[in-house]
Design a protein around this ligand. Structure first.
Ligand SMILES: [Zn+2]
Length: 68
């Protein structure tokens, strides 16, 4: 299980990136919304989509959920 977060600020493609707690590229805490604990990033993405319609997994920490 990992704790996942979604960034409040969209990236240059208009997507809100999902990160694990351990991610080195994670934005500062004040820019993050905690999603909760999940086994796999795809479950965290589903939760993030209830907050933002445009989401993407972080290339660094959620590579299986990263879409170009
Ligand atoms: Zn990340």
């Amino acid at each position: 299980m990992s704790t996942y977060y979604v960034c409040k600020i969209p990236n240059e493609k208009g997507k809100h990136e999902v990160h694990k707690k351990s991610c080195e590229n994670k934005p500062p805490t004040e820019s993050l919304i905690e999603l909760g604990d999940f086994q796999i990033c795809s479950d965290a993405i589903i939760k993030a989509r209830t907050i933002y319609s445009e989401v993407n997994g972080c290339y660094n920490c959620c590579f299986p959920c990263h879409k170009i």
